[in-house]
Design a protein around this ligand. Structure first.
Ligand SMILES: *[C@@H]1O[C@H](CO)[C@@H](O)[C@H](O)[C@H]1NC(C)=O
Length: 262
């Protein structure tokens, strides 16, 4: 049976809470603009201009990334916090066993663009191996499998994700796994009744929790397929900028105070 339109809209990414309220707007206003760059030499004519970016930094789980402020066509992209950064123990669970959780989410509901950070322990094939033995494709597939499970448990349509590219990189001596993927069958707000494709670029980094076992930190930037050409360069820059920060006194490891939900 077809789901009614209203319900599909409520289940669209990032729309579970009212995100366009004053609170979200105020929070978004507090996000610092991207750091001023060194004065650059005059760009060569064939180089595309760097997309304007903003920075989000969370000291609780100690990560930072840039996200686009505009499309390549120069259209503003009003990404607002739909879930403000929070500790792992208080974040919304993604799966029934409540291990992968969305700890931060930005959404532009008009353009159906979402940026999210999820945190959780590795599962499946990754579990029996150490991170230096993981391939980028294994990480990509495992993270995506965890998300599909979430959709089944919430009654949403299963989204078939296909990994297009996956590569392993080193940043500050730690492994980062970058992967591009396309998912099918996620209705967007703009074309709620049509079968659509979403195109996404993600990066997963690894850091041990208090007990020394690894936790995955995944930044995911996604948009409807028809916006991909306009956003790919900015998503690439955002994914390249993702860093786990040296923990400060504000850091709360994912497995610290698991009972604490505030
Ligand atoms: C990224 O977001 C899209 C759209 O919400 C989703 O289909 C995909 O599974 C997500 N990928 C990851 C790695 O979280």
């Amino acid at each position: 049976m077809q789901q009614p339109l209203q319900q599909l809209q409520q289940q669209a990414p990032g729309s579970r809470r009212a995100v366009l309220g004053l609170g979200a707007a105020l929070l978004a206003a507090q996000i610092a603009p991207a750091r001023a760059e060194e004065p650059a030499p005059a760009p060569l004519p064939q180089q595309p201009a760097l997309p304007p970016m903003k920075v989000l930094r969370d000291d609780t789980l100690a990560y930072e990334f840039e996200y686009p402020a505009e499309t390549a066509a120069g259209k503003p992209l009003p990404l607002l916090l739909s879930r403000k950064p929070e500790r792992y123990s208080s974040a919304a669970p993604l799966t029934a066993d409540a291990r992968q959780r969305i700890v931060c989410e930005l959404a532009d509901l008009i353009d159906a663009v979402t940026v999210s950070v999820t945190v959780g322990p590795p599962s499946g094939i990754l579990k029996g191996r150490t991170p230096d033995q993981w391939t980028a494709r294994q990480v990509a597939e495992q993270v995506l499998i965890d998300r599909s499970t979430a959709r089944i448990t919430t009654g949403q349509r299963v989204s078939l994700n296909s990994v297009e590219e996956a590569s392993r990189q080193e940043r500050d001596g730690l492994p980062y796994f970058v992967f591009e993927h396309v998912s099918q069958g996620s209705p967007t707000l703009r074309t709620a009744t049509l079968e659509t494709y979403r195109h996404a670029l993600a990066v997963t980094a690894v850091r041990p929790g208090l007990d020394g076992s690894p936790y995955l930190y995944t930044l995911n930037m996604s948009c409807p397929q028809e916006l991909w050409g306009d956003l790919e360069a900015a998503f690439q820059r955002g994914v390249d900028s993702f860093r786990l920060l040296p923990p400060s006194s504000k850091y709360v490891a994912p497995d610290q105070d698991p009972w604490r939900f505030f």
